[in-house]
Design a protein around this ligand. Structure first.
Ligand SMILES: [Fe+2]
Length: 292
């Protein structure tokens, strides 16, 4: 008999996404919305994002990221899509994004590939009036899963740079490209392969609130130092380690890292959660990776 994860994986391969309708109960959705509403006040009606299990502690988002059935489903999806087991220490990385106000406008049509294979999106607040409701836009399964970190970095640099993002955004707005557009429904869970699919959100009316929880899982380059250095800007910005947790080890020595990279020597051991203080590396990392 086909498992649930196998069915969702087949839908993702065939249609680009899978939807689990009414994935959370209305009262649980309400709890998530209450948290968002408190944060909206704290952020004065402008765009914000909250990254990681610790920053979201005590919320339904953290509870879901830690729940065994949800983790098992994400792990199974990774196994099926990647054809191998995920790293044993890997955790689900949750993120909340709230588009609102003038700053929220800048967050639309930012086309990218995720660093992780499996992406689950749980809408909490979605505008229902007007043209601009922040639909999810997907070009599904455009690329394969790369286990070679260098190849992944090069491929992302080519497919996923500022110029290509602007060109795709322009072509979508003009109607020259026809991606999948999903009208999101709060409480449903949307599954897709963020690693393989170019995706972004459509414009959201600045007077309205669009709040979503994202769950990322399954980094094929989990153990790659190169990928740690060049990718994962959100975790770095939030000062989190590779598993999305607060680092407990010693802090990095950026000069040594830079010198090792320049000289082609052995890289020093870098603490999880290392910040890249070198502006060139940080700029490259920013250009290569931004999760939505
Ligand atoms: Fe994304």
């Amino acid at each position: 008999m086909q498992t649930e994860a196998a069915r969702y994986a087949a839908e993702i391969d065939q249609n680009g996404y899978a939807v689990l309708e009414r994935y959370i109960a209305p009262e649980v959705l309400q709890q998530g919305r209450s948290f968002i509403e408190q944060q909206v006040v704290a952020h004065a009606g402008e765009y914000f994002a909250i990254h990681g299990i610790e920053a979201l502690g005590g919320t339904i988002i953290a509870a879901l990221a830690l729940s065994s059935p949800f983790k098992e489903m994400m792990r199974d999806l990774y196994r099926i899509q990647a054809g191998r087991d995920p790293a044993p220490t890997e955790q689900i990385f949750p993120v909340i994004r709230c588009l609102q106000g003038r700053t929220g406008l800048k967050q639309s049509h930012f086309y990218h590939f995720d660093a992780t294979v499996v992406t689950a999106l749980l809408p909490l607040h979605i505008p229902t009036e007007g043209k601009h409701c922040g639909d999810l836009i997907l070009f599904p399964n455009l690329r394969g899963i790369r286990f070679n970190a260098l190849r992944n970095v090069i491929e992302k640099a080519v497919l996923h740079n500022t110029l290509s993002q602007k060109l795709v955004a322009f072509a979508v707005r003009r109607g020259w490209l026809k991606p999948i557009r999903l009208k999101l429904v709060p409480g449903n869970l949307y599954l897709f392969s963020g690693y393989r699919s170019l995706h972004a959100n459509d414009v959201c009316d600045p007077k309205l609130l669009r709040a979503t929880a994202l769950f990322h899982f399954g980094n094929p380059h989990h153990d790659s130092l190169l990928a740690r250095l060049l990718l994962g800007a959100n975790k770095r910005k939030a000062k989190l380690d590779h598993n999305g947790l607060r680092p407990t080890g010693p802090q990095p020595i950026p000069e040594a890292t830079e010198s090792a990279l320049r000289d082609g020597g052995d890289l020093p051991v870098i603490a999880h959660g290392a910040d890249i203080d070198d502006p060139q590396l940080a700029g490259l990392a920013h250009a290569l990776e931004r999760q939505v």
